[in-house]
Design a protein around this ligand. Structure first.
Ligand SMILES: Cc1cc2nc3c(=O)[nH]c(=O)nc-3n(C[C@H](O)[C@H](O)[C@H](O)COP(=O)(O)OP(=O)(O)OC[C@H]3O[C@@H](n4cnc5c(N)ncnc54)[C@H](O)[C@@H]3O)c2cc1C
Length: 443
């Protein structure tokens, strides 16, 4: 009997993605042509889908593979983030951080696997995306933030990872800002211009992968001999499918799958003048994560722009309003002014939002669904590194491979069931509000 999978959520503009807007114009869109048939179709051209399609092509060079993206590759979420390929456990203030040395070390291995995979591709194909292996700073402003840093340092010591403490003067010499009181430097994080990376990964695909943009899949009808994918201009057929649609896969009501689309927002300044660069001081490029996870992430870019990210909002429809963006911009401006009082005239040129795909227990959807479709969904905030690994692994899994990392990802639980709406909306939004309030000056 034919089974149907319908897609309910699709990307919307959600502000102007500064990473995308500040790149040279993209090549013209190539849309999928109705009536074609492929051995594999990967749905979703974020980091997970890009790595899944690439790995399929590496392992099955004779297979025909189509990668379908509803938006432009690099303009959607994977090209909207702060560009940190994080190698270490992330939520440093969480009670569960470092609950088990083995679990944390396994997470680090998992994340580094993806980072190494993508770094190699960037090098092999000369992808121009400002890839940097310069590490990151975790910085604190308040006593509470400093306590979170100490907790982080204790965890890093337990798992045998390198780090270095910086006092206020030392972190000031890096950032040019006197705002931060203390910081920890960890060397293993890579940073990137995310829109440039996604575009580069798409344009350097092996010859047996065809990449199609502005090609949203509306539904899939599965039959024993394959699948029919309905698109706006017709339909195509696929023998096998991999879903990498992250937050867009969230479903609620009776069909709920435990995925929580939570937006976060970023802004990019205009290019600073030579005089402003001098007023700021510090290093030409650095990347900083707040001690409190609800605080403000900041990057200074070699293009003389500054990127700030903060604020979360639960948006089950996976889109945000003009009011959401205006509020985010106000918060970004306040955070920017606190950190960079020496740059009073540097405006935020672009502000945008993008959806993380969280779950209450850091669960993921990885493996094979009932209708014979594979999936790697649920970035839980660390999508660049974890999505790279999961995308690569889902292709290996679908082609019958086995590895310790594959067994590791299969042990991650499914997303925990959530209370029904509107109870869930109230619970998630209240938790975000309370945590943001508690972040205080770290925001
Ligand atoms: C402001 C911000 C800052 C962030 N900072 C970081 C960071 O520094 N480091 C980090 O690791 N993560 C960060 N993230 C999270 C990171 O962007 C995500 O974890 C990552 O994009 C997940 O990758 P993905 O490929 O799994 O999903 P996505 O990037 O969401 O890709 C899914 C793709 O599927 C497409 N799609 C959905 N439905 C369909 C359909 N029916 N047909 C065709 N295509 C479809 C979507 O358009 C989308 O491009 C940040 C996110 C935001 C918004």
């Amino acid at each position: 009997m034919a089974e149907k999978l319908e897609f309910a959520r699709f990307p919307t503009p959600d502000g102007e993605n500064g990473w995308w807007e500040s790149l040279p114009p993209a090549a013209p869109v190539r849309q999928v042509v109705s009536g074609k048939q492929y051995d594999w179709v990967v749905i979703g051209g974020g980091i997970t889908g890009l790595c899944a399609a690439r790995r399929l092509a590496e392992l099955a060079p004779d297979a025909s593979i189509a990668l379908l993206e509803a938006d432009r590759i690099g303009r959607s979420t994977a090209g909207r983030n702060s560009g940190f390929f994080v190698d270490l456990p992330h939520d440093i203030s969480s009670e569960s951080y470092s609950h088990s040395v083995e679990a944390d070390q396994a997470d680090v291995r998992f994340q580094r696997h993806g980072i190494d995979y993508v770094r190699t591709l960037v090098q092999q194909h000369g992808i121009d995306c400002d890839w940097r292996d310069d590490g990151k700073f975790h910085a604190a402003v308040s006593r509470k933030g400093e306590a979170a840093l100490q907790h982080f340092a204790d965890g890093l010591e337990r798992i045998g990872e390198d780090f270095k403490w910086l006092d206020q003067a030392a972190i000031g010499r890096v950032t040019g800002s006197g705002f931060y009181h203390r910081a920890i430097f960890t060397p293993g994080c890579s940073t990137v211009q995310p829109a440039a990376l996604m575009r580069g990964l798409a344009t350097s695909m092996p010859a047996n992968v065809q990449v199609f943009e502005m090609s949203p899949v509306r539904d899939i009808t599965s039959q024993p001999d394959g699948h029919v994918l309905r698109l706006d201009g017709g339909q195509i057929r696929a023998r096998r499918i991999i879903l990498c649609t992250n937050a867009y896969a969230a479903s609620f009501g009776l069909q709920h799958n435990g995925l929580l689309p939570v937006y976060t927002f970023a802004s990019l300044t205009r290019v600073m003048t030579a005089q402003e660069v001098q007023q700021l001081g510090g290093q030409v490029s650095w990347a900083l994560i707040p001690a409190d996870p609800m605080g403000t992430t900041v990057r200074r870019l070699s293009t003389n722009r500054i990127c700030v990210r903060n604020h979360f909002a639960f948006r089950p429809g996976v889109s945000v309003s003009a009011a959401d963006l205006a509020r985010a911009k106000r918060l970004h401006q306040r955070s920017f002014d606190r950190r960079f009082p020496m740059l009073p005239g540097v405006e935020l040129q672009y502000t945008w939002g993008g959806a993380l795909c969280l779950s209450a227990n850091n669960g993921v959807l990885f493996g094979k669904r009932e209708n014979n479709i594979y999936q790697a969904i649920g970035c839980n905030g660390l999508g660049l590194s974890r999505g790279s690994t999961s995308g690569k692994l889902i292709a290996e899994f679908a082609l019958g491979q086995d590895s310790s990392l594959l067994r590791q990802v299969q042990e991650i639980p499914l997303p925990r069931p959530l209370p029904p709406r509107p109870l869930m909306d109230i619970a998630v939004s209240t938790a975000i509000w309370a945590k943001e309030k508690a972040a205080g000056t770290e925001l």
